[in-house]
Design a binder for this molecule. Structure first.
Ligand code: F6P
Length: 318
C-alpha cells in the first residue's frame, strides 16, 4: 500500500490524537504517504484531505479532542455517497483508510472495504461499548474524570448529609458507571445490566439511612430515567435530602491518561501493519496485553458484557 488516510468519526474521545499520531508516524517511517481526513466520513466525501509530514502530528499526543475534527454523517449509509467518497480518494491516490471511532463508524469502514477500499477500525469511544476488546481509547480518561467528579460530590454530599445521584455517559453500556461506582465507593449503581427498579433503590437507601449512614452516592447510566425526578422520589420516600447531577460532555474532554495514550499508540501501529499486509474489514482490539484484530462482522454479532463479578463486588462493599 502506497497511501493511507486516517479519520476520526462519531463522538470524540481522549486519546484519538495519539492514535492519529501513531498512524501518521508508522506510515512515514515505512515510506507510506499518509493523509489526515477532516470531519470523518463527511470530509472524506468532500475531499478534505491534508498530506501529513513529520511535523503534522507534533505536540498532540497529550491533547484531548481530535485534531481531525469529527462529525456524524448518516448520509454515508447511501452507496452513491460512498462511491463519490471513493472518487475523491482516487483523485489523490489514496488507497486505504484507518477509521478511529465507535461501532457506528465501523459500518462505513466495512462497506468501503466491500467496495474495494481496505479499511481498519480502531475503537475510539469513551463508552467502552465495543465487544471483543478489553478497552476502547478514551474510556480510561473518562473514567478518571467521573471518579474525580464523584470525589468532589462526596465532599459536599458528606457535609450536607445528602444522597447524591450522578448520571454518567455510556449510551447503553454500564462500564463507566460500574467502574466509577466501584472506584468512588458508591452505594448503588444502576445500568442496563442491573435494570432500573425505583422501589428497590428507595428500599436500599432507607436501609442505609437506618444503619446510620450519613450520606450516599448513586451512579446511573444515561437514558435510564430522569435523575431529577428520581431525586425527588428518593427524598420524599426516604427523608434523605437528595440532589441529582448530570455530568455531560465534560466526560469527553481532557488530557488523555497514560493508559489511553499507550493503547492509542499501539492500536495506531497495528492498524497500519494490517493495511500493509493487504488486510481490510478488521477492527483492532486489545486482549490482555496483546493488540490483535478481529473481523468487524464478528464484532457486530457480539454485545459488550460487563462481568457480573464486578456488580457483585459493588454489593460486597456496600
Ligand atoms: O458515544 C459517546 C457519547 O458521549 C455517549 O456516551 C453519549 O450518549 C453520546 O456520545 C452523546 O452524543 P452527542 O455528543 O451527539 O450529544
Amino acid at each position: 500500500v502506497k497511501s493511507i488516510g486516517v479519520l476520526t468519526s462519531g463522538g470524540d474521545a481522549p486519546g484519538m490524537n495519539a492514535a492519529v499520531r501513531a498512524v501518521a508516524r508508522t506510515c512515514l517511517n515505512k515510506g507510506i504517504d499518509v493523509y489526515g481526513v477532516m470531519l470523518g466520513f463527511k470530509g472524506l466525501h468532500e475531499g478534505q484531505f491534508y498530506k501529513f509530514n513529520r511535523h503534522s502530528t507534533r505536540n498532540i499526543i497529550n491533547v484531548g479532542g481530535t485534531m481531525l475534527k469529527s462529525a456524524r454523517f448518516p448520509e454515508f449509509a447511501d452507496p452513491k455517497i460512498r462511491e463519490e467518497a471513493i472518487e475523491q480518494m482516487k483523485k489523490i491516490g489514496l488507497e486505504a483508510l484507518v477509521v478511529i471511532g465507535g461501532d457506528g463508524s465501523y459500518h462505513g469502514a466495512l462497506e468501503l472495504t466491500k467496495m474495494g477500499v481496505n479499511c481498519i477500525g480502531i475503537p475510539g469511544t469513551i463508552d467502552n461499548d465495543i465487544p471483543d476488546t478489553d478497552y476502547t481509547i478514551g474510556f480510561d480518561t473518562a473514567l478518571n474524570t467521573i471518579v474525580d467528579a464523584l470525589d468532589k460530590l462526596r465532599d459536599t454530599s458528606g457535609s450536607h448529609q445528602r444522597c447524591t445521584i450522578l448520571e454518567v455517559m455510556g449510551r447503553t453500556c454500564g462500564d463507566l458507571a460500574v467502574n466509577a461506582g466501584l472506584a468512588a465507593g458508591a452505594e448503588i449503581i444502576v445500568t442496563n445490566h442491573t435494570g432500573f427498579d425505583e422501589q428497590k433503590i428507595i428500599e436500599q437507601l432507607r436501609l442505609s439511612k437506618a444503619s446510620d449512614k450519613k450520606h450516599a452516592i448513586v451512579v446511573i447510566t444515561e437514558h435510564i430515567t430522569d435523575v431529577h425526578e428520581l431525586a425527588k422520589h428518593v427524598e420524599e420516600a426516604t427523608g434523605f435530602e437528595t440532589r441529582a447531577n448530570v455530568l455531560g460532555h465534560m466526560q469527553r474532554g481532557g488530557r488523555p491518561s497514560a493508559r489511553d495514550r499507550v493503547l492509542a499508540s499501539r492500536m495506531g501501529i497495528k492498524a497500519v501493519e494490517l493495511l500493509e499486509e493487504g488486510k481490510g474489514g478488521l477492527c483492532v482490539v486489545q486482549h490482555g496485553e496483546e493488540i490483535e484484530s478481529e473481523p468487524i462482522l464478528t464484532l457486530f454479532e457480539h454485545k459488550r458484557q460487563v462481568p457480573q463479578g464486578m456488580y457483585d463486588d459493588v454489593l460486597k462493599l456496600r
